[in-house]
Ligand binder design. Structure first.
Ligand code: F6R
Ligand code: MG
Ligand code: MG
Length: 365
């Protein structure tokens, strides 16, 4: 059976501040997608939240970038925004950058990750969702999952993975893409994806079967809006088991809380904390950034699950470590490298302050 799995997400309003989402907003989305399932447009759906982000997980047979599916998501976000406005939630509709829907939500604010595939005998998928961070946050985990033998033993000892994976990398400033083959080209690959504010891993493919293995959302809100409008809070879908890495190999990179962009006012570096969905409510200094993971088996398009994959005491050390790193970074206050480098601040508060002081800068002798 040919299935499309679409994850579309948006921050339609925070409760309280930017820390979480309101149950009425979630319920509104549930009703909207419930209707779409009844009408036959969706095979199945699951709605969840990560901090102030509303996550629509949908299965259907309309293919990727389907106008009907994107319109459903857009209309759902608009309806949820109306609820957020009525409750005076914070930043209601903050991610809906366009006035009206025009065929595809790409470039309109919401984040999108979609993949179409032939459902396998057992189709295991993991959906990662992050808050208080940005596109590019998946670079290091995806590298470890699909190219690092110290993380994924299957690359070494599983014959169906031994030839490696291909990484599609997007230059999100210049709007260009390139594909690298791992393991042969990992040094070239790392030159680019080691700079996640500019280069993001968009997709990963199995090199022998050409099957899609992973796909991420790579939209940068600031680049769309031309100003700071909150961080992108990306999502990522990863297929698992068989010719793809095992569930445990896919979760393993998150045992090390890597530093990502985001946190307070989207202007800081902070460690990415893997948490259960109930703990994805970033509040200390509006953070630290969170990642959750919903695991599903897919059966004739039905979403069997979710299992809350980071709801495991084995990730307690990563959470403790995150808090230690967060504490250490916070002591830097407004100084780099806690605060983002100037180039990234261009999209935050820097331009206004620079403009105000324009006339006071004098040439050096
Ligand atoms: C970061 C984030 C928050 C807000 C901060 C100020 O992604 O959403 O840290 O930037 O709470 O929010 P506003 O400007 O909406 O008052
Ligand atoms: Mg928000
Ligand atoms: Mg958010």
């Amino acid at each position: 059976m040919n299935i499309t799995l679409s994850v579309l997400k948006a921050d339609v309003g925070g409760f309280v501040g930017h820390s979480s989402s309101h149950p009425e907003v979630v319920e509104t989305a549930r009703q909207a997608l419930g209707k779409a399932k009844k009408s036959g447009l969706l095979i199945d759906y699951h709605i969840t939240i990560c901090g102030d982000d509303l996550e629509l997980i949908m299965t259907h047979q309309q293919g990727e970038e389907s106008q009907a599916i994107h319109k459903l998501a857009w209309d759902t976000f608009v309806e949820c925004t109306q609820v957020a406005r009525r409750l005076k939630l914070h930043g209601a509709g903050q991610d809906l950058l366009a006035e009206a829907f025009s065929g595809n939500v790409k470039g309109m604010g919401p984040g999108v990750a979609e993949m179409q595939f032939q459902e396998r005998e057992a189709e295991t998928v993991l959906i990662f969702m992050a808050d208080k961070t940005s596109a590019g946050a998946w670079n290091m985990p995806l590298y470890k999952i699909f190219a690092d033998p110290f993380n994924t033993i299957g690359l070494v000892i599983a014959a169906n993975m031994h030839n490696g994976f291909a990484f599609e990398v997007h230059d999100i400033k210049e709007h260009k893409k390139i594909t690298f083959s791992a393991p042969e080209e990992i040094y070239d690959l790392l030159v680019f994806i080691g700079a996640p504010s500019r280069y993001a891993v968009k997709a990963v493919y199995h090199r022998d079967t050409k099957e899609i293995a992973a796909v991420s959302s790579t939209q940068r809100l600031a680049l769309i809006a031309g100003r700071y409008v909150g961080k992108d809070d990306p999502v990522c879908i990863v297929r698992s088991q068989g010719q793809f890495p095992a569930v445990g190999e896919i979760l393993e990179p998150f045992s090390m809380p890597g530093l990502v962009e985001g946190w307070m006012r989207g202007s800081h570096h902070g460690p990415l904390m893997p948490v259960a969905v109930r703990d994805a409510n970033p509040s200390r200094f509006d953070g630290p950034p969170r990642v959750t993971c919903a695991g599903f088996q897919i059966a004739q398009g039905r979403l069997i699950g979710p299992r809350d994959m980071f709801d495991d005491p084995a990730f307690d050390p990563a959470r403790r470590w995150t808090n230690d790193i967060a504490e250490y970074l916070r002591r830097h206050g407004p100084f780099e490298p806690h605060r983002l480098p100037l180039e990234e601040m261009e999209y935050t508060t820097m331009p206004q302050v620079a403009k105000k002081l324009e006339g006071r800068f004098l040439p050096l002798e």
